[in-house]
Design a protein around this ligand. Structure first.
Ligand code: PMP
Ligand code: GLN
Length: 391
């Protein structure tokens, strides 16, 4: 993409282009292995692809209903009941979106007024910053620090005030791989109730957890149901990131609020893919259990390989990603390290500084993806090990 025009609206002028597109373009341009952007190199279940083909052939090719096809809304409700004991009315408490990305955008555009404060975990997924800016909100980051990336509860208590409109959570967390504990979530919930804030929670990695870590949806904690929008997506759960089928769930009034923005963003999305994802949710629960096991082994493979380099490796509890501190290689920052990496080692990784306001915390962090075939990870490690990575 070219540089945006100087006539770009002010609300977008402070939003840098997404680092994922930049680094994936770099991988394509240089032919380097892409351990950057988080997408699997093996597709999800073949039966789900067949269900999509069937839907295409059956003529489900015109606009889906704006809130989503009934069978997908029912399947999302059944999934929430099965895994978390959450009882949803599929007609009023589920809205289907163009990936979690649209659910996040619609929630923030529909709930945040100019000047409203949004408390957000830092490092943040990059679309959060863009959407808070587009809504005119003010972000109040709470930093998760290496090595453990736990929430500093004092920092959280200082950030959440009566000016806070909403707390934007992400657990399991990209890029750190932290899974928020019940204790951390309980304190978030207590503050949300005390200051009467909303919570928007991005749980796209809900099933990709390791070492038996528990995922607690914050909407299940006392006092939280009426104030929480929960977001997830089929992209990560079923390895169909390109389908962009996601959803938001919650109390009917908040789901209607998300829909009030969604209807003007895309109106509706992915008509033939929605019944296929309904099939996936109803029939393919075994897929994500196996995927998590497979990813845990790949996490270990990549973390072991990176540990043998001169890197501090922060082993993740969940997600596709591992973070490392690259200071010992002597670059001024991790972006310079990542820009040199394709030529030096034939590998692409993501500089995490794009996910931080606090550059003292983020300048030296690099994120690596392990949602790749084992042979690709092994080849990446081989290349990194045989390269001279020092500045
Ligand atoms: N939130 C997080 C934390 C992510 O890592 C991603 C990337 N998949 C998204 C949201 C976007 O999800 P989707 O591809 O379903 O739009
Ligand atoms: N969620 C993916 C990641 O963190 C990328 C999605 C995107 O490119 N927007 O790598």
């Amino acid at each position: 993409m070219a540089t945006p025009s100087p006539r770009t609206a002010r609300r977008l002028q402070n939003v840098p282009p997404t680092i994922f597109a930049e680094m994936s373009a770099l991988a394509v341009r240089t032919g380097a292995l892409n351990l950057g952007q988080g997408f699997p190199d093996v597709d999800g279940p073949p039966a789900v692809v067949e269900a999509a083909v069937e839907a295409l052939r059956a003529g489900r090719n015109q606009y889906a209903p704006g809130p989503g096809v009934p069978e997908l809304r029912a399947a999302v409700a059944a999934h929430q009941a099965r895994h978390y004991g959450i009882d949803l009315d599929p007609d009023t408490q589920v809205v289907v979106t163009a990936g979690a990305t649209e659910a996040i955008a619609a929630a923030l555009l529909a709930l945040v007024d100019p000047g409203d404060e949004v408390v957000v975990l830092e490092p943040f997924y990059d679309s959060y910053v863009a959407c808070i800016e587009m809504a005119g909100g003010v972000r109040r980051p709470v930093t998760l620090r290496a090595p453990g990336f736990r929430i500093d509860l004092d920092e959280l208590r200082a950030a959440v005030t009566d000016r806070t409109k909403l707390i934007l959570l992400n657990s399991p967390h990209n890029p750190t791989g932290a899974v928020l504990t019940r204790d951390e979530l309980t304190e978030v919930a207590r503050l949300a109730v005390e200051h009467d804030t909303l919570v928007v929670t991005d749980e796209v990695y809900e099933h990709l957890r390791y070492d038996g870590r528990e995922h607690v949806p914050i909407c299940t904690l006392p006092g939280m149901w009426d104030r929480t929008v929960s977001i997830s997506s089929a992209g990560k759960t079923f390895s169909f990131t390109g389908w962009k089928v996601g959803w938001a769930t919650g109390p009917a009034d908040l789901v209607a609020t998300v829909y009030s923005a969604k209807q003007w963003l895309t109106f509706s999305n992915a008509a033939p893919l929605q019944p296929a994802i309904a099939h996936a949710l109803d029939q393919e629960a075994g897929f994500y259990d196996l995927l998590a096991k497979d990813l845990q082994a790949k996490r270990d493979l990549l973390c072991d390989g990176l540990s043998r380099l001169d890197l501090d490796v922060f082993v993740p509890e969940a997600t596709y990603f591992v973070s490392t501190d690259v200071r010992r290689y002597g670059y001024p920052d991790a972006k310079a390290f990542c820009l040199a990496l394709p030529e030096r080692a034939g590998v692409v990784a993501i500089p995490s500084q794009a996910f931080y306001d606090d550059q003292d915390e983020g300048r030296h962090m690099v994120r690596w993806a392990f949602c790749k075939e084992a042979a690709v990870i092994e080849e990446g490690i081989r290349r990194l090990t045989s390269a001279d990575l020092h500045a």
